[in-house]
Unconditional design. Sequence first.
Length: 398
Amino acid sequence: MSKALSGVRVIDMTHNQAGPACTQMLAWLGAEVIKLESPNGGDVARQIMRDKDGDGLFFLVLNANKQSLTLNLKTDEGKALFKKLMSESDVLVENFSPGALDRLGLGYDVLKEINPRLIYATVKGFGTYGPYSDFKSFEPIAQAMGGAMSATGFPENPPTYVWPAIGDSGTGMHLVIGILAALEQRHTTKRGQFVEVSMQDAVVNLMRVSLRDHQRFNEVQPRKGNQLGQFVPGTTYPCHPGGPNDYVFIFVQQQMWRGFLTVMERLDLEDDPRFATTEARWENRDELNALIEAWTRQHDKHDIMRRLGDAGVPSGACQDTGEVLEDPHLIAREMIVDIDYPPRGEAYKTVGCPVKLSDSPADITRPPMLGEHTDSVLSDLCGVDPSELAKLHEDGVV
């Protein structure tokens, strides 16, 4: 079955998270993604956080639907094969330190002469220009420099790191957008281009609401914890049986107030002047939050969510990671899937494709073992015959 990106060939030279998240999404959308790795261990993510035999889960959850080609780019033969590969490809994605490929003689200026239609996409911590462009970055650095940590947490506590990877996977999704735009523009211009996303830029893009409020009030905004605006209820409330994640987030606007009270079985509060309007509820939030908490503590978080959901009131159980992996709704939507990876000896759970296309459904396939497709890729795309392949293996080129 033809997919949305069928016919698009992507060479994935990325490692860790931001780049692999980008290329995995392209693979799910139907692109042919060939992960180019060093013969000596490959993507560093293969080696870290191992819990069983074979590659680590850090690698496995970010590299589905790809092929693996090993190539030693420090050899003349490896560089020649790489250039041939670039002549047959549509997109190159890399997240090396600034200047790494240029020092190998394989930078954008060289590759665009080999293939003018090539889209060269790069992730950098701070981009390729600007005062910080030579600085290295990781997820927490991007969050700190993008303002996310200053806006997260409770006012009495220090700036707080956000564990969902907005600086890594978030950057990868921004890069997907850039690549798709460049592919579309290429239909008109007949040429590729350089696509760049910095981790700091991506975090700042996700911070625009907080930056808006800075300008609205002309001052740095204090951290607000879980409170959403000046709405009550508009935060998390503890639930039965009182475990560390037994909380539910409830958000009520004026038109939802009666529905909320009906579920809570407190319609006597509907006409109480302390709580009759949004403004009054905020003014008397301590009293009202205490009443709500007394109710939520008697009930399971999922039960509250279902009852309020049926009444048209937005709420969400604060699910822990185990609950997310077993969530029947996510399983029904193929957002949690089981993948067999032979070296592990058993299936593992991973996250599926969040983009649902009616004419291009994503089929999640296992990640590649290191160098698994080296011979077939070099034979099919570079015209390397079996005797040459044998010598390349012998010489450590692949």
